[in-house]
Design a protein around this ligand. Structure first.
Ligand SMILES: [Zn+2]
Length: 251
């Protein structure tokens, strides 16, 4: 998830943008170059943080955001995704059957039932629960061999939520904070209003900022990066816009 490079030329030392600890040349081994946003989410630009912040704050919350985005993709049956789910219908009673779903690039869905991971009785009952339905072939004139009868299975998919929404939003906060630091440099770190943000990133489990929020909106590309909102005065803030990319899509 992260990579290290030998860091040369830190003649004057450097500050970790998250904990604000100072490191001089002798402390090279305590510093880490990492992608921001995380590499697993399509990030390319490097940012230098200390190893502790990278491990404690970084990886734990990066993983949460990746899991949250994967869940959005799975629950939305997004193209180019693969996932395993538990499914059930009336025939399986309170038991479930395990199925692997593959969503192709044109949104075609392939479902494979996994016998060894399913309740054996529920599995057999599910197979037998195939239903036939009839649609008037007159309405399907494009399909010359269509008899009107189709077979299918009706079932529901068990929804499970593994990701922690709050930790995911702290990861978004960390990405935005580090982008602002990358653009503005060390001067950005001396803004005392950001102490709380740093504290929150350092201790993601504590509730330092109540309900951190973010907007999922397709802003034009020219807005990417750091934006300063100055009017109205009450909404004065930094607005940081960035893309995230997973194997299945862009956000
Ligand atoms: Zn640090």
């Amino acid at each position: 998830m992260f990579h290290k490079k030998i860091i040369k030329n830190i003649d004057y030392g450097c500050l970790c943008p998250i904990c604000l600890n100072y490191f001089d040349q002798r402390d090279n081994s305590l510093l880490t170059f990492d992608h921001n946003p995380p590499k697993s989410l399509g990030g390319k630009d490097d940012v230098l943080t200390c190893e502790t912040c990278n491990n404690v704050a970084g990886h734990k919350i990066d993983k949460e955001l990746l899991t949250a985005l994967k869940e959005i993709e799975i629950n939305g049956f997004k193209a180019n995704t693969k996932f395993r789910k538990r499914i059930k219908n009336d025939s399986t009673k309170n038991e479930t059957v395990t199925a692997d779903f593959t969503i192709g690039k044109n949104n075609e869905i392939v479902m494979n039932l996994i016998k060894q991971d399913s309740n054996p009785v529920a599995y057999d009952n599910f197979i037998k629960s195939k239903s036939m339905s009839y649609s008037n072939p007159m309405f399907f004139t494009d399909e010359p061999f269509y008899s009107g009868w189709t077979t299918g299975y009706k079932f529901t998919i068990e929804k499970e939520q593994k990701s922690d929404e709050r930790l995911s939003s702290i990861c978004l906060l960390k990405i935005a904070y580090l982008i602002a630091y990358q653009k503005l440099g060390h001067i950005f770190l001396f803004n005392q209003n950001l102490d709380k943000v740093r504290e929150q990133i350092k201790f993601p489990e504590r509730e330092i900022i109540k309900n951190p929020f973010w907007i999922h909106f397709d802003f034009p590309d020219e807005c990417l990066g750091l934006n300063l909102i100055t009017i109205p005065k009450e909404l004065k803030c930094f607005l940081i816009i960035f893309d995230l990319e997973t194997k299945a899509g862009k956000y």
